[in-house]
Each structure stands twice: as structure tokens, then as C-alpha cells.
Design a protein around this ligand. Structure first.
Ligand code: PLP
Length: 382
């Protein structure tokens, strides 16, 4: 059996062994409830506090501004619904290519909202955003980097624009970014970015699934969306999941050492060059300002799902669009937002690289891909 090749790192990543090692004692040895005052509880509390400090270092914020959640989805919901729920008659602005954890949350919030169009590479235009601001606007949520096409949004520029805009306003606009995909490769210093809220996910950065982080600037007022024991300043009630929190912090701590940005970019560019040699293949998303580990292509006349299946039979994992929503047969809202027709969107393949990806893996992938595209085109009569 030949080696499995995993090229779906935007969907999820394996837990790094150092991360697992840190987590294990907190399952059944150091299992105390961090809210208990006895020794076992306090031992777990110390671990949570240390984890919080590590995340705060990564974000350049105070420990008190770090909230542990059950996922990035939950962090997005807590911030967006929490902020909107604390204003009367609020208006919120987001972009058309957000993950559903933001887009659906905004659309279902029951408040006035604007969804910004993006250009053909997926970029939000800060000037366009500025024009959409109303006097009721209380929140802007634009993702740091897109999970399907890798577009890195101009978060710093948007942050600066909002800061300027806020100078003359009674109702200050808060700025939130979903950094679930960005955190592995881009700086997440919240002051430099100019954000009031930021979301992270454990399993996108070689940490465990089922844990996320919400950065909430100390001046942000918001309502809880769930009620219970009052953990995390009352904003995320529920007993602390110590092993996952410890794992998340270790994963964040290892990013710098383990994620090789330049090497990944080189491999990405090699892959793009080689894939575009295939007739009628096109790249979705930008050439520049793109996540180092993301590629996304369309192959005219070859269906994306069939490509994924053929590649899988050869031990290569890839995906069409976003794995989180690929159960639906609807074409990806992201690919539609950048102007792809349904047929082009259905012929898309996302190939996302990771720490373990080698040039040899990509060469094997390319060989299988070329044959698969040819075979599918023959079947579809193209
Ligand atoms: N936000 C983005 C940009 C994502 O890519 C994902 C997962 O694909 C999520 C949020 C959801 O993350 P989680 O699985 O931690 O809820």
C-alpha cells in the first residue's frame, strides 16, 4: 500500500504529537474542575491560566481578553450575536465570502445587514465598505483569509478606515475578523490589525477539534448567548475542557516553529504552475495575497466531486469547495461570489498543503490529476 497523501489541510489538520502529549494528563490524571477550590481543581486552573497567557502572547493582548470556546463557529456566534444583542436597532456589515459560521449568523440575526460584494479574486474593497456604513452600523465582520480560495483580506486597512470613521461617531463600529484559516501563517497581533474581535480554531493549526478562541477587546460590551455557570466572564458558560484548551495553547505556541511559510509558498507556486499547464485548467482566487497553503482550481469538463473520488482511490485526500459545507449540492457561495458559473464551480478542486507536504507528494498528485481530468473529460464528451 503506497503512502497516503493528505492535501486537505484547510479542512482539518492532525494533532501534532507535542500537542497530544501536553493534553493527555488532563483527561484522567489532572482531571479536576478548574472552578473547584481543592488542589485538583486548582491544578487544572493553573493549566488554563497558562494556556490563556500563551494565546494572549500570540494575539498581543491581555489574558483577560481571551475567551475559550468550543470551536471557531461558536466564537463567531458569541461575538456577532453578543454584540448585536446589546444594541437597539443595529446594522452589521459582512462579506459575501465569509464562512457560514459568520454569514449565516449575520443573516439569521434578525437585524439589518449588508453583505459586501468581492472582486473576482475575492477581495473586499475598503472604500466600498466605507460607503456601506450607516449611522446604525455597530459591527463589521470580514474574514482574515478565505478557507476556499485563500484570499487574504486587507484587514489592517479596513481596521484603519474604521478607526478613522469612529472619530466622529457616537455609535462606535466594532471590527471582528475570523482568523481560523489565517492563524497558521499570518500575524494575528490584534493591535496591529485594529480589531475588537478575532476568532481562532484549534483543529486548523494542528491542535484538537472542538476548541476555539475568541479575542474580545476589553472595551467591547456584549450579551451572552448561552447561560449557565458563568465561566469566561459569563460569555461562555460550561465546564472548562482542560485537555482541549491546553492542546489549543500548545498548538498556537508551535506555529512559528513548525509552519514553514516560505517553503509552503514555494510548493504552492510550483503546484499552481504545474496544474495550469493542464489544458483548460484555471486558478480560483488570487495569485498574490493568498494563503501559503491554499490552491483552488477549476477544470472545464471534469466534475470536482469525481476528481476527489478518483484521487481518493489513489490515496490522495483533497476537497471540492469547503469540506465544512460540502454536504450540500449547491455550488459554493464563495466561488459564485467571485463570478464563477455553476458549471465552473462544480468543476473545482481545493488542494491545501500542510507541514508534511513534499514536492514528491505534489508530483504524485499531479500525475494522478492529469489522468483523472482526461478520463472525466472523455466521459463528459469534452
Ligand atoms: N471559519 C473559517 C474561516 C473556517 O475555515 C472554518 C472551518 O472550516 C470555521 C470558521 C469553523 O471552524 P470550527 O470547525 O472550529 O467551528
Amino acid at each position: 500500500m503506497s503512502k497516503k497523501i493528505y492535501l486537505d489541510n484547510a479542512s482539518t489538520t492532525p494533532v501534532e504529537k507535542e500537542v497530544l502529549k501536553e493534553m493527555i494528563p488532563y483527561f484522567s490524571e489532572k482531571f479536576g474542575n478548574p472552578s473547584s477550590i481543592h488542589g485538583l481543581g486548582q491544578e487544572a486552573k493553573v493549566a488554563i491560566d497558562k494556556s490563556r497567557k500563551k494565546i494572549a502572547n500570540f494575539l498581543g493582548c491581555d489574558s483577560e481578553e481571551v475567551i475559550f470556546t468550543g470551536s471557531a463557529t461558536e466564537a463567531n456566534n458569541i461575538f456577532i450575536r453578543g454584540v448585536l444583542g446589546s444594541f437597539e436597532n443595529p446594522h452589521v456589515i459582512t462579506s459575501a465570502i465569509e464562512h457560514d459560521a459568520v454569514l449565516k449568523t449575520v443573516k439569521k440575526s434578525g437585524v439589518d445587514y449588508t453583505v459586501l460584494k468581492v472582486d473576482e479574486d475575492g477581495f473586499v474593497n475598503p472604500e466600498d465598505l466605507k460607503k456601506k456604513i450607516k449611522k446604525e452600523t455597530v459591527l463589521v465582520s470580514v474574514m482574515y483569509a478565505n478557507n476556499e480560495i485563500g484570499t487574504i483580506e486587507p484587514i489592517k486597512r479596513i481596521g484603519e478606515m474604521i478607526e478613522k470613521e469612529n472619530e466622529g461617531r457616537d455609535r462606535k463600529i466594532l471590527f471582528h475578523t475570523d482568523a481560523a484559516q489565517a492563524a497558521g501563517y499570518l500575524s494575528c497581533n490584534v493591535d496591529e490589525l485594529g480589531v475588537d474581535g478575532l476568532t481562532l480554531s484549534g483543529h486548523k493549526i494542528y491542535g484538537p477539534k472542538g476548541v476555539g478562541v475568541l479575542y474580545k477587546g476589553s472595551s467591547v460590551n456584549m450579551r451572552p448567548i448561552i447561560y449557565g455557570g458563568g465561566q469566561e466572564e459569563g460569555l461562555r458558560s460550561g465546564t472548562y475542557n482542560t485537555p482541549l484548551i491546553v492542546g489549543m495553547a500548545k498548538a498556537v505556541e508551535l506555529i512559528k516553529e513548525k509552519n514553514k511559510k516560505e517553503k509552503t509558498e514555494e510548493l504552492r507556486d510550483y503546484l499552481i504552475r504545474e496544474v495550469l499547464k493542464i489544458k483548460d485548467a484555471s486558478l480560483n482566487g488570487p495569485k498574490k495575497s493568498r494563503l501559503p497553503n491554499n490552491t483552488n482550481f477549476s477544470f472545464q469538463g471534469a466534475e470536482g466531486e469525481s476528481l476527489v473520488m478518483i484521487l481518493d482511490q489513489e490515496g490522495i485526500s483533497t476537497s471540492t469547495g469547503s469540506a465544512c459545507s460540502s454536504k450540500t449540492l449547491e455550488p459554493s457561495h464563495v466561488l459564485k461570489a467571485i463570478g464563477l458559473k455553476d458549471l465552473q464551480a462544480h468543476s473545482s478542486l481545493r488542494v491545501s498543503l500542510g507541514r508534511k507536504t513534499t514536492k514528491k507528494d505534489l508530483d504524485k498528485f499531479l500525475a494522478v490529476l492529469k489522468e483523472a481530468v482526461e478520463r472525466l473529460r472523455k466521459i463528459s464528451g469534452r
